[in-house]
Design a protein around this ligand. Structure first.
Ligand SMILES: NC(=O)c1ccc[n+]([C@@H]2O[C@H](COP(=O)([O-])OP(=O)(O)OC[C@H]3O[C@@H](n4cnc5c(N)ncnc54)[C@H](OP(=O)(O)O)[C@@H]3O)[C@@H](O)[C@H]2O)c1
Length: 351
């Protein structure tokens, strides 16, 4: 039995045991098209790849986020999501970040990845957001895990993260078991609010994680204090959420041309300017901008090409932004300026 067959057998056995423990039928095992992850990220000479420190495996430095953007209900127009995924994949993108908390995002990723025939090639970063019946109870995590696998049509998740540190002590322990079982390949924790970074930092400093996912952008640089240096020291990969501050950065630069020096680092748009600043930090493995717009996707994935800013250029880019009116108040602006969403998450918020 080779390594991949062994992993598959372990995964099937774990899955059967888990379903049994939950009193559920094993009929779901008969679903024929669930695909085990076989990350096959081809190294490309002309796109920015970053190594995951624990293993040396390389991933493209621009991924795809799916919060709100991919939460589109069946029956609503959603073909644009297929286009977004196709442009992402064709441009060299592989890492897709999602969560059971993002409404129908997992369902739409699973659907279009299957339609495009790229399910196995994606590096799926998913999350667990559950408590338990009692302290230390991992059964809810277990149930959520299998539901995500079925929505994504996968039998293995590349990276599983504890979402917003919810029930982190229990969930990280459970994820460690899953990693041993081969159900997941990497584990991590996430948060987007800098006020929680003091709680995340010790996890990174202890070297307890393969990945940490935090917010980091030209406007929100709190991660530079402890998390990014600790990630370098302990060999923890860093995934960056909210790279555009939920589109607020675009509002600040609306009507402004890029500075001339942007051409020195191959930036043709503000999106590329914001993304290249992030992925050029030595601790950063991957940024995960979200979009509903195929044109924006083409723009974002193009940030994988061309030179990255060095330390001096990064300071220059930051100084340029700091001179713009309103830049110091980005985090206080309403999220997603001018945009509306009509998915499951929005419905929940209305209630
Ligand atoms: N773990 C956590 O706690 C956490 C928290 C927040 C986010 N996340 C993850 O991080 C991902 C990214 O964060 P986010 O979605 O909150 O915000 P974001 O990526 O900072 O911003 C997304 C917004 O930017 C716009 N946009 C994207 N590309 C653009 C371009 N090239 N030009 C102009 N506008 C552009 C999008 O609008 P269009 O649709 O019009 O392009 C969208 O409204 C999430 O989707 C999620 O996967 C994780």
């Amino acid at each position: 039995m080779n390594d991949s067959e062994r992993t598959k057998t372990t995964v099937d056995r774990s899955r059967r045991n888990a379903l049994k423990a939950l009193g559920l039928s094993t009929a779901a095992l008969a679903v024929p098209a669930l695909l085990r992850s076989a990350p096959a990220v081809a190294k490309s000479a002309d796109i920015t790849m970053k190594a995951i420190p624990r293993t040396g495996e390389e991933v493209p430095a621009i991924g795809l986020g799916t919060h709100m953007a991919f939460d589109v209900k069946p029956g609503k127009p959603r073909e644009h999501l297929r286009e977004v995924m196709k442009i992402f994949y064709d441009g060299g993108g592989r890492v897709i970040d999602t969560s059971p908390l993002y409404g129908l995002a997992e369902v739409n990723i699973g659907d279009y990845a299957t339609a495009l025939g790229i399910t196995r090639q994606l590096f799926i970063a998913d999350k667990i957001w559950v408590t338990g019946e009692w302290l230390g109870d991992g059964s809810h995590a277990e149930r959520q895990f299998w539901r995500s696998m079925e929505r994504l049509w996968r039998d293995q998740i590349d990276l599983m993260q504890c979402h917003s540190l919810v029930n982190a002590r229990t969930v990280v322990r459970v994820m460690q078991e899953w990693k041993k079982d081969g159900r997941i390949r990497y584990l991590g924790v996430t948060h987007h609010q800098p006020s929680y970074f003091g709680l995340i930092a010790p996890w990174v400093e202890k070297g307890a994680l393969d990945f940490v996912q935090v917010r980091y952008s030209l406007a929100t640089r709190v991660a530079e204090d402890r998390i990014l240096p600790a990630a370098i020291d302990t060999g923890t990969a860093v995934m960056v959420n909210m790279p555009f501050e939920k589109a607020r950065l675009f509002k600040i630069v609306k009507g402004r041309s890029l500075p001339d020096f942007a051409s020195e680092i191959g930036c043709e748009t503000w999106g590329q300017f914001f993304l290249k600043w992030i992925i050029s930090h030595p601790a950063v493995t991957c940024a995960i901008p979200a979009t509903t717009n195929p044109k924006h996707q083409a723009d974002n994935i193009a940030a994988l090409k061309g030179p990255l800013p060095d330390k001096e250029m990064r300071s220059r880019m930051l100084r340029h932004m700091q001179a713009m009116p309103g830049f110091d108040k980005v985090a206080k602006m309403p999220a997603y300026p001018g945009k509306t969403f009509d998915g499951v998450v929005k419905r929940g918020k209305r209630k």
